[in-house]
Design a binder for this molecule. Structure first.
Ligand code: SIN
Length: 418
């Protein structure tokens, strides 16, 4: 595979002062703001996301553009005292090099913005491979960067199926792979990167739970569960697919959820993909309470439907007897992206915030709704330690360089001359 002459583009982009690089990002933000409706319409047309959610997704990219543009004047390093006299010691961020951004279809503009914008402001060049299901969205988003005047070769769009992604991962010029997608593909990317000595940042989904304790504001909990389980037809990495409810309020909560779920319409194709898992769960003793936006109860924490990511409008209800049990149920799944708890007791809320094993915890809100100024990512099979968004993204997309300047004019030996 041949890219444009990346070394030239990379050299001049890296040499462009970060505040100047940021000016391109500000322009990207302005253009996105002007084209918000058009881009949202392209998202709706191509992947079927409802108009308000599609507009929210473009807004997220706008937020990220402005946030990361601000980082152009803020890429702080550290200046620390040397242990030796007349010696200066500091650390600075440097770009990693050429970044391969490989993204999924469900957030065809927002998630790419989490990768491309921090990578660019830090001085990296980017090759982006979007999902084959969202190539029109990708072309429209890439055009925004061209309209912002980004120099040629700094961001390249390549399209195709998984084989193109694989070629990118293995391409010798690529130094960092930032991947969002399935756990299986993510593992393949991780193995290839390990063999080739490349950095790889993974975001691989979730099996997210909302815990509802017996002192919760039920109406609030129902709103949060319905929005995070069935918004985007359950096709967010952060979607809630498990409700873990205290036995004292299980019946009342279930009834209220069923009433609300019945009113919803969902992506039928996504639901169809989940049907085999639903049928297996029913065979194992689960009870289907609704069709369409699907709720199941009589589910135990270890059933496959309570363990595996389905990525569709399906949510199971699991009964527990205490906060401790709820935390155990929450934590005993392969994924650890987003968790939520509804309680009015501040000490239970803080205990849960400490003990829930996930990258994101919400108190009295559902499992979705990340904001760009905070880290996004998860533990266990959800990821591999790197984060997107927030200040943490700066670590993902940069290398640290430590610089010592000895102006003593003589040999000084650290640890020895003391
Ligand atoms: C996602 O789940 O990928 C989007 C982030 C969010 O809604 O929290």
């Amino acid at each position: 595979m041949q890219f444009r002459p990346h070394s030239a583009a990379q050299h001049s982009w890296r040499a462009t002062p970060a505040p100047r690089r940021a000016e391109f990002l500000y322009r990207v933000g302005e253009i996105l703001r002007d084209k918000k409706r058009d881009l949202a319409a392209i998202i709706t047309g191509e992947i079927g996301k409802p108009a308000t959610e599609a507009a929210g997704e473009v807004q997220e990219a706008i937020d990220m553009a402005y946030y990361m543009a601000g980082e152009g004047r803020r890429q702080f390093g550290h200046t620390v005292p040397s242990e030796l006299p007349d010696k200066w010691a500091m650390s600075v961020r440097e770009p990693v090099g050429l970044v391969a951004a490989i993204t999924a279809w469900n957030f065809p503009i927002a998630v790419p913005s989490w990768k491309i914008l921090p990578a660019l402001v830090l001085g990296n060049t980017v090759v982006w491979k979007p999902s084959e299901r969202a190539e029109r969205c990708a072309a429209a988003f890439a055009q925004v960067f061209r309209d912002a005047g980004l120099p040629i070769g700094v961001l390249e769009l390549v399209t195709g199926d998984g084989r193109v992604g694989e070629m990118l991962v293995r391409h010798p010029d690529v130094r960092l792979v930032s991947f969002t997608g399935s756990r299986e593909n993510g593992r393949r990317v991780a193995v290839a990167c390990a063999e080739l000595g490349k950095r790889c940042a993974l975001e691989l989904g979730g099996k997210n739970a909302v815990i509802v304790l017996d002192d919760a504001d039920l109406e609030l909990a129902v709103d949060g569960i319905i929005w995070s389980a069935f918004g985007t037809s359950g096709q967010r990495c952060t979607s809630c697919s498990r409700v873990v409810v205290h036995k004292a309020i299980r019946q009342a909560l279930t009834q209220a959820l069923v009433e609300r779920a019945k009113e919803l319409s969902v992506d039928e194709a996504a639901l169809k993909r989940c049907e085999p898992a639903i049928l297996d769960a029913i065979k194992a003793g689960a009870r289907r309470l609704t069709t369409g936006a699907t709720l199941l109860d009589n589910v135990t924490a270890q059933m496959p439907i309570a363990q595996e990511e389905l990525f569709g409008p399906v949510c199971v209800i699991i009964e527990v007897g205490s906060l401790e049990e709820a935390i155990t149920v929450n934590n005993n799944v392969p994924y650890g992206l987003s968790s939520s708890i509804y309680t009015q007791d501040v000490s239970r809320a803080f205990t849960a915030a400490r003990e829930l094993s996930s990258g994101i915890v919400y108190v009295n809100a559902g499992t979705t709704g990340s904001e760009v100024q905070l880290p996004f990512g998860g533990v266990r099979s959800t990821g591999n330690g790197w984060r997107e968004a927030g200040q943490a993204a700066l670590d993902t997309f940069s290398e640290w360089k430590t610089i010592y300047v000895d102006y003593s004019g003589r040999l000084q030996r650290a640890q020895i001359d003391r």
